[in-house]
Design a protein around this ligand. Sequence first.
Ligand code: T1G
Length: 712
Amino acid sequence: MNGEIAVARIVTFDELGPVGLICIDNPPVNAISHSVRLKLVDVIARAQKNPGIKALLIMSDSELFSAGADITEFNRPQGEPSLQQVQTAIESSPIPVVAAMRGLALGGGLELAMACHYRLAHKDAKLGMPEITLGIIPGAGGTQRLPRLIGARAALNLILSGTPISGLEAKVKGLVDEVAEDDLRDAALRFCERLVREGRGPRPTCNRTAEDALDEAEIASSLLAHARVLKGRTTQDLVIEAIKASKLPFSQGVAIEAALAQKSLASRESLALRHVFFAERESGKLSGVSSVDAKRTQPPAIQRVAVVGAGTMGSGIAIAFADAGLEVLLNDNDPASLIRSREIVHSTYASGVRRGRITQSVADERIRRIRNAPALDEVADADLVIEAVFEDTELKKDVLSKLDSVLPPERVIATNTSTLSVTELARATAHPGRVLGLHFFVPAHASRLLEIARTDHTSPESLATAFRVAKVLKKVAVVSRDAFGFIGNRMMLDGYFREAEQLLLEGATPAQVDTALENFGFAMGPQRVSDLGGNDVGTKARVQLFKRESRPDPYFVIADRLTEMGRLGQKTGRGFYRYENGSREAVPDPEVNNLIEKLASDRGIRRREINDQEIVERCILSLINVGAMVLEEGIAARAANIDVVWTSGYGFPRYLGGPMFYADTLGLSQVWQRIRHYQEKLGYYWRPATLIERLASASSGFEQWDRTSASR
Ligand code: T1G
């Protein structure tokens, strides 16, 4: 295409001899929207009146079959025909209907194919039922037809996992009849012509019966296999109930599924998960430009990235880009660092091969993409340069200044700092518009979140490049205005983690605080996280913070004292907990409890029994309160962006939607009252954010605030 985005034709029909070819064309993901359903029913009806058409073939000319039902329709009445009505038109067709799938065939898209009489898939196609990731169950016959095609046990695992299987696997399971090695359209047309020649007619899936039934032992083992990803979730119970109904006559089973699907759609869990789904996409755009329009304004392609600083972070960033298929120049003026970096790269990929995540040949290819570039001027032709040198302002300013002279003026220079002022670093260059922060989270090659820190001078073009970097790395991008801790670390240090330490001083133990918050839904409690990352990391961040701002005592007095004592956490075998013989198991340590008691008594803090409810409430409310401050200070543009940061980068449970969405479910009046309660009880830093007070008094919430701020 000459850069023009072709007008979507929604659904096309071509008569190819005895085969009626129906192509779905609804970019960007061929969602089975209302307009697609309308045209499908119309085209199928008209084709069936054409005596020359002996078989119908449904496929797509784009790189994917369909991403499923149109999620944007879920919050409003879905116009007729419903997907179920389209499926009935297919299944009851007097002539055979064949689906041919390439790329993604997900959710309602795969359900559409399952209502067809035959199915083909390209060997590399990905067929899946990801509905559970949105807190819903398949609602277009998936829990009824899938058991009839691959068995109830296999159907349960495919739906609970939410992850797709390949075309080849689908063939083995009986989900598809034929696999195309290369040209899917050609293979599918030949398949249809053979059907017609052999006089093989419709084969309604609904007339089949599931060979096996779910028994409690299989259900238990399937739930156990998915326990980690389904922790705290409830959708799986509805899935099981629906699949059990697949032993009933189809019409009864599909009615039971429909009722359960409606129930899942209305659940708070699904509202939260759909909120995060759209928030992650919204946060990765320049002021709400859709991914289709954004294609018109894409910045220049990024083929080669340079990373300056071959330490742990620099090596991780290099690996992230190599994984994404880019060439990487890794620069460091210390040969020993480059050698150590090579060791990190090789050991990381060796671990990936050992765990079966990648093959040796893929690992070798990616390692080859990372080339050492000892001389700084070797990075001159990189499309993007990221500095990841030691967290020291003067050192970073020196590197940025040198890069500024080596690189063309429009080339983006990103700093990986997490605690320094990007604005101050940018002052070391003659072109501050091209400077921004790319805050990668450890491990850089695996974490999903990428905070983009923009200064008042960062240009839109530089931001567009940063968004493109996130897309290339398959990371979730959130823009933060340049301020201490950006969004996530500011809320962690001034809110959540700070309150956790305060609770320790007041009488709770690390294990009690961590367990209470893990029961709330966090992947890992704050003290375990601190021991994992290293208590010294937080201490170094606070050293930089106190150069710029102050905080009243106590402020991480426990973690900083542990650092002084060399109790850095897992890496030294002792931190908030003990870790015996290199084990990662956090064992409570009486020595730490004694230290905490001493620090508390030095401050005249009277210790007491504290229950889990208070622990969770204070940690979560302080997180929400600082989040509101981050909003009112303009550091984050949207409350939904904060939710993205905390669900993708800090382990906040996705099924609760993120701290700000969760605050709305509590009700901001209730949130404000409880914050005021703790302000009266504890004083000093429990000042309610003005924004919470304002929204509470207006009986409003953060979601409404986002909507109005978007229109501002
Ligand atoms: N409906 C509507 N819009 C969708 C969509 C969908 N199913 N999937 C994606 N989009 C939009 C997305 O919001 C973005 O919009 C653009 O497409 C590009 O998406 C009845 C009830 C397919 C792997 O859960 O996992 O079927 O930002 O940025 O990174 O039982 O999108 O341009 O405005 O994510 O290449 C089940 C959800 C639905 C799949 C592509 N299906 N989508 O990833 O692009 S429920 C899913 C994805 C259902 C049935 C049930 C991903 C992707 P905008 P993107 P991508």
